[in-house]
Design a protein around this ligand. Structure first.
Ligand code: F0G
Length: 365
């Protein structure tokens, strides 16, 4: 039986690696493309979820981190650094451990979920909480890597984008062609950049690093729809947000590094980048867990929130194929699931150690 070998080995022909490259991998990628019955019924289109929480550290960041850490080792680095709202730091810490590198992570003070923090701690990273937001952390991380011997593994490193473009390859490989729409959350805007790059490369002839020309795999590229949180929506507003604010801490970013590339993905694909409120994000988060069986962290639900919003406005055509990337696992930030739609804690029902009492409480007897 074939075992998935991680995105570098699976897509080596389309990535900047050679046979002698020492590959750092935890077996990332190969994530399920799950049919979403309730969203499909709502829209009259076939809606699929690319469930990126199934990656080794629970988010899509692992696709880029296998490439970035492989590049760090190739460059002879001793240490890596990243700024993060939590998932990048969890991923960097894990991959640096396998690579035998020291890992420093810069995170915004008090604004990273407990699950993500526990991963960085478990993998032994040096965790520095900066008195500021993600954008401040990224500024420090960039300057640190420019002035000191430490390798930057944020998505401003092109190796990250190369790894993350494999998400688009997998979607096409599963569906047999590109979808009509691809929908996803936007924070620092690396992922929308990477998906668009992957879709474009798969839709045309591609000449790889070794000079070999590969035939197109798909007949088309999708329309790209990206969604920011309303309190952290610089691309929608057209200017940086100095105090980004949202419960979706993963995408609490006011000045995305890949801003221009995200606008290119939007415009070249005939798509849009819009915002969704925290209430819409939490409703989509609940929709996914209670109606589709897929548990994600709140920020991961921004794409679904956007689809539901645009369906409500009559902008989602029926009869299409729509893929939504849900970017991180629900266990990353489980607190939100412990509250009901009205915000009050959901408590388990207490029942006696008695079969009849249990049956009665389930209305079975
Ligand atoms: N969803 C999740 C769960 C994320 O963690 C992120 C980004 C995004 C969406 C947005 O992706 O930045 O490529 O537009 N998290 C980064 C981090 C910033 O540090 O973990 P993007």
């Amino acid at each position: 039986a074939h075992q998935w070998r991680g995105v570098i080995r699976e897509y080596a022909e389309r990535l900047p690696v050679t046979e002698s490259t020492k590959v750092i991998t935890l077996g990332e990628g190969g994530t399920p493309l799950v049919f979403a019955p309730a969203l499909s019924e709502l829209t009259g289109s076939s809606v699929y979820l690319k469930v990126e929480g199934m990656n080794p550290t629970g988010s899509f960041k692992d696709r880029g981190m296998t490439m970035a850490m492989t590049a760090a080792v190739a460059a002879g680095a001793q240490a890596v650094v990243c700024a993060s709202t939590g998932n990048t730091s969890a991923s960097a810490a894990a991959y640096a451990t396998q690579a035998g590198l020291r890992c420093a992570v810069l995170v915004p003070d008090g604004k990273i979920s407990m699950g993500k923090m526990s991963q960085a701690i478990a993998h032994g990273a040096d965790i520095l909480q900066i008195d500021g937001n993600f954008d401040n952390c990224l500024e420090v991380a960039r300057k640190l890597s420019e002035n000191y011997p430490v390798f930057l593994v944020n998505s401003v490193n092109p190796a990250r984008i190369e790894g993350q473009k494999t998400g688009a390859f997998e979607v096409v490989d599963s569906l047999g062609d590109a979808p009509d729409y691809h929908v996803l959350p936007v924070g620092n805007a690396g992922n929308i950049t990477a998906y668009w790059k992957g879709y474009k490369e798969y839709a045309s002839e591609y000449t790889n690093a070794a000079g070999k020309t590969l035939a197109p795999v798909s007949t088309k590229t999708p329309i790209m729809w990206g969604f920011q949180a309303a309190g952290a929506a610089p691309i929608v507003l057209g200017h940086p947000v100095t105090e980004p604010d949202t419960i979706a801490t993963a995408i609490r970013i006011g000045n995305p590094a890949s801003w221009t590339q995200a606008e290119e993905a939007r415009d070249e694909s005939g798509g849009l980048i819009d915002s969704v409120t925290d209430d819409e994000i939490l409703a989509a988060h609940r929709w996914l867990s209670s109606r589709e069986g897929v548990f994600v962290e709140p920020g991961s639900a921004a794409g679904v929130a956007g689809l539901i919003k645009h369906h409500g406005a009559g902008h989602v055509p029926a009869g299409k194929t729509i893929v939504i990337t849900v970017t991180g696992h629900g266990l990353k930030d489980p607190d939100w699931a412990l509250k009901g739609a009205d915000g009050t804690p959901v408590e388990p029902t207490k029942v006696a150690f008695d079969v009849l009492a249990v049956a009665q409480s389930l209305d079975l007897a």
